[in-house]
Structures are given as C-alpha cells and as structure tokens.
Design a protein around this ligand. Structure first.
Ligand SMILES: [Ca+2]
Length: 271
C-alpha cells in the first residue's frame, strides 16, 4: 500500500462514535427561533469533545440554513424501479460508462494505484463519482457548516446529524474543511458526497500534498476506496448482485436501486 493513503485526518473515531449518546440530551427545534440557544449548548458539547477555537468560531458564525430545511422537508421518498432510476440519474448505462471511461483513461495511473492499494476496481469508484456529482461537476452550493449544524439542530434527525456536525467542526479545526466551504443540502462534501463523520474517519490524502481535501478528486476517490475496503471489500471478488462485494456497496448507500445501478455501471465501465 502506498504510504500516502495511510494518513488519516486526525484519530478521533472514538470521539465521534462515543458522541451519539451524550448528544441525546441536547435540545432541538423545528424553526430558526431556537438555533442561537442550541449553538451555545452545542458549543459546550463540541468543546468537551475536543473541538478547538477554529471549530467553535465556525459554529458561532453558523446561520440557520432555510434552504436545507426546505429541501429536507420536501424529500418525496419516491421509490423508483431500477430502469427509471438509471434513466433519471445516469441517462443510460452505456452512455454513462463511456463518459466514465474517458475519466478513467485520463487518470489511468491513479486508478491503478488505488486498485493496488485498496482492491476496489476503477469502475466502481467512477460509477460512484458519476452518480454522486456527475464526476465533480455538481458538488452543491450550500454552506456546509450552516447545513450540517442546522440538520443537527432540527428535531427530525438530530441524533443522526449531531455526530456529523461535530465531525465537521473538528475538520475545520484541523484545516480539512473551510468554514466557507459549499456542499450539498445535508452537508455532504466534495466529489463523492461524504458526510463529515465518514470524512473524518475514512478520509485519505490521495494526491500526496499532505492534507485531505474532499474537493480534490484524488483525495475524494482514495477516501471512497478506503471506505469500501474498510467496510469489507474483498479484492478480486465480484460486486454484482449475489456476489460477495455487492453488500459493501450497500454500506455506501442503503437504496437497493442505487446499489444495483452502481454494480451495473461499474461492470460496464470496467477496470
Ligand atoms: Ca491531498
């Protein structure tokens, strides 16, 4: 394994995973009115979990993210059949795969290195990259800190998002996330849309510049490969439905049609 892929942002896995229980005592709210009070409560908890001044400043400056809440409330929960999902998200498997192969050929050495280090085929990584952000063309336009703290404050999924908000503040502290960074509606970061808690744990420096930046394609894809490997990817084994690595795609996204589309696109893209 190439040593640069071994570097982690900061070893705070225990902090993040140990955080959830203590978070349940915090207040929550369904509109902007309680956000300032909540930020003060959350600052104390963040401090107790090792967040330093830069992260605390980012929290203090966070604004209630109305667009994020509107997007969250408007999620339809529609269940698509696989064919419809592929048509809506990818256009077609063949067209999507052809586009992905152009990215693959432009970065052949990099994908070979990732495959050697993590055992995850290029096709799977590119399928995720294309599915999540159109190969980095659409990484979102909402302030990450505003979004993730608002979701942590919002009563609907506060326990799920509070560890991610804490992780985002820790990333600010460690220079891995700018307080001004833009991302998707729920605080997802960069090329493959890592939530901050996962970014903190699975982040890797893929381009060897000494820092982990999810807005750098090499770092984001090395981190994605690392995530899949840590979740049980078995090098050299299949990833279609019924094969050993298909379940690992489910660790990335819980939706069956997503997993099926990634498997089919990954195979069509090839290595
Ligand atoms: Ca880097």
């Amino acid at each position: 394994m190439h040593p640069r892929f071994l570097r982690q942002i900061v070893p705070v896995v225990a902090l993040v995973t140990g955080f959830a229980t203590s978070a349940t005592a915090l207040s929550c709210g369904n509109d902007a009115s309680g956000f300032a009070n909540w930020k003060a409560e959350f600052a104390a908890l963040a401090q107790a979990n090792g967040v330093g001044q830069a992260g605390l400043n980012a929290l203090a400056n966070a604004q209630y993210a109305t667009r994020t809440i509107n997007a969250d409330r408007n999620q339809t929960g529609v269940r698509y059949a696989l064919d419809d999902f592929i048509r809506i998200r990818l256009g077609s498997i063949d067209g999507f795969a052809a586009q992905a192969r152009r990215h693959l050929e432009r970065n052949r050495n990099f994908f070979d290195q990732l495959s050697a280090a993590y055992g995850v085929p290029a096709g799977v990584l590119l399928a995720i990259h294309g599915m999540e952000t159109g190969f980095g063309n659409n990484m979102g336009s909402e302030n990450v800190i505003n979004s993730i703290t608002t979701m942590a404050y919002d009563c609907r999924r506060t326990e799920f998002f509070q560890p991610h908000a804490l992780a985002a503040l820790l990333m600010v502290d460690h220079g891995a996330l700018s307080p001004a960074q833009l991302g998707a509606f729920h605080g997802e970061l960069g090329h493959t849309q890592f939530l901050p808690g996962n970014a903190l744990i699975y982040g890797r420096d893929g381009d060897g510049d000494g820092r982990v930046d999810f807005y750098n394609m090499h770092d984001a894809l090395a981190s994605t490969a690392n995530f899949l490997r840590q979740k049980g990817w078995q090098p050299g084994l299949g990833f279609q439905e019924g094969e050993p690595n298909f379940a690992v795609i489910g660790e990335w996204n819980a939706a069956t049609v997503y997993q099926q589309a990634i498997a089919l696109a990954g195979r069509a893209i090839g290595n």
